[in-house]
Design a protein around this ligand. Structure first.
Ligand code: ATP
Ligand code: MG
Length: 370
């Protein structure tokens, strides 16, 4: 049975590229609406983009992160994989949502090896599922600031049956799932490689997908607080379907600016504004929760990613409401891309939605599944 990969631990960017064996892996982000695939390779100490692609999924293939139509999903993954002409079958994928529990807990200080043996016992009080039904993982964050002799540990638990849907699907395609990550931590990996200059700040990484919004607040480059909110671009699409009596595909197109005869731009704008305000209010609440209850400090900036980050007005409203600078993530900023193969406008447009797939493509062999 596959296990969750060990959560990511930080080394310096360059050290990794220079010292680590770096097997080729493909970053495969299976989203509710879009499957994304990214592959990078190392060439003379520099990272180069080998492939970036995405394939939309029909409505209903994944519902609340559960795979409902495995054949459709398999077709999408395979068409991307074939397109990539990749030489490796090693895949890093990630999971998210309500079947994944992440919690920061304080434990008596001990070594990584000691905790490895004790983790099932220590974690039990925090996991709302029978222990035999979950895969567990942890990372030691460091000493507890207020409790001498204690350390802070990030716990990650995933329901086995949930995890195995994804692992089995990928395996059935003769691909090898070497790492199963969590969306929020893939974002952290992406950020570490792409923004090494901002390592010391407290930053909020916010990835707005279709059904979920992943939040990871980093302090000094490490995850300090992670949360998935059950909100995303689908809420707007469904609102458009209801309000204008159109189907899902039409609603998606309208959301992205397509004109349809009987749609009033004023009504559409107020519908989108309403959704943006609701989403921003939830994000603000989460950031305030972090500042008041977790860290006693606020993030200094927000890095926005995910397909839903392009929702009209979201970035500006988030900036106004939080008073924080909001940057759109560009995962390809430090990666060289052959201009004959990759159109730079295309990379700019798809960049934010590739943040997780890019983070997954940067994983290395240490995290192999057992
Ligand atoms: N230009 C755009 N304007 C508004 N929304 C957009 C735009 N482009 C994409 N989206 C929205 O982004 C969402 C898809 O984003 P993404 O691919 O990150 O989600 P996902 O990974 O499939 O979903 P999840 O992570 O929630 O399972 C959809 O709701 C889509 O409508
Ligand atoms: Mg996603």
């Amino acid at each position: 049975m596959a296990q969750l990969a060990r959560a990511f631990t930080c080394d310096k960017n360059e050290e990794r590229l220079l010292t680590m064996s770096y097997p080729r892996v493909i970053g495969l982000d299976i989203g509710t609406r879009v499957v994304k695939l990214v592959e990078v390779h190392r060439s003379r100490k520099q990272l180069q983009l080998s492939y970036v692609g995405c394939c939309p999924l029909p409505y209903g293939v994944i519902v609340e992160k559960e795979i409902q139509q495995p054949e459709e999903l398999a077709n999408a993954v395979m068409s991307l994989y074939r397109n990539s002409k990749s030489k490796t079958t090693n895949v890093c994928l990630s999971v998210a949502g309500k079947s994944i529990i992440t919690k920061q807990i304080s434990l008596n200080s001990m070594s990584d090896q000691e905790l490895e043996k004790l983790i099932a016992i220590e974690a039990e009080p925090y996991i709302p599922f029978p222990m035999e039904d979950v895969n567990l993982d942890f990372v030691i964050l460091g000493d507890s600031p207020d409790r001498p002799g204690f350390m802070e540990v990030l716990l990650v638990a995933a329901k086995k049956d949930f995890l195995s849907q994804y692992v089995d699907l990928v395996t059935s395609l003769n691909l090898t799932p070497v790492v199963v990550d969590v969306d929020c931590y893939a974002l952290e990996v992406m950020f570490e490689y792409c923004y090494p200059d901002i390592e010391d700040e407290t930053v909020a990484l916010i990835n707005v997908g279709a059904s979920l919004t992943n939040i990871n607040i980093l302090t000094a480059g490490k995850s300090h607080f992670v949360r998935d909110l059950p909100l995303g671009g689908d809420l707007v699409t469904r609102d458009i379907m209801r309000f204008f009596n159109v189907d899902f595909i039409q609603a998606e197109n309208i959301k992205r600016g397509a004109r349809l005869g009987n749609i009033s731009p004023t009504n559409l704008k107020s519908l989108i504004d309403r959704n943006v305000e609701m989403l921003v209010a939830e994000l603000k609440k989460t950031l305030e929760f972090f500042s008041i209850n977790i860290a006693r400090k606020s993030p200094q900036s927000i890095f926005l990613s995910g397909g839903g980050a392009s929702l009209y007005g979201l970035s500006n409203t988030l900036e106004t409401e939080t008073g924080l600078p909001v940057f759109m993530v560009d995962p390809f900023r430090l990666v060289s891309a052959d201009t004959k193969q990759f159109d730079s406008d295309y990379l700019t447009i798809v960049g934010p939605s590739m943040a997780i797939a890019f983070g997954l493509s940067m994983r290395h062999e240490r995290d192999k599944l057992e």
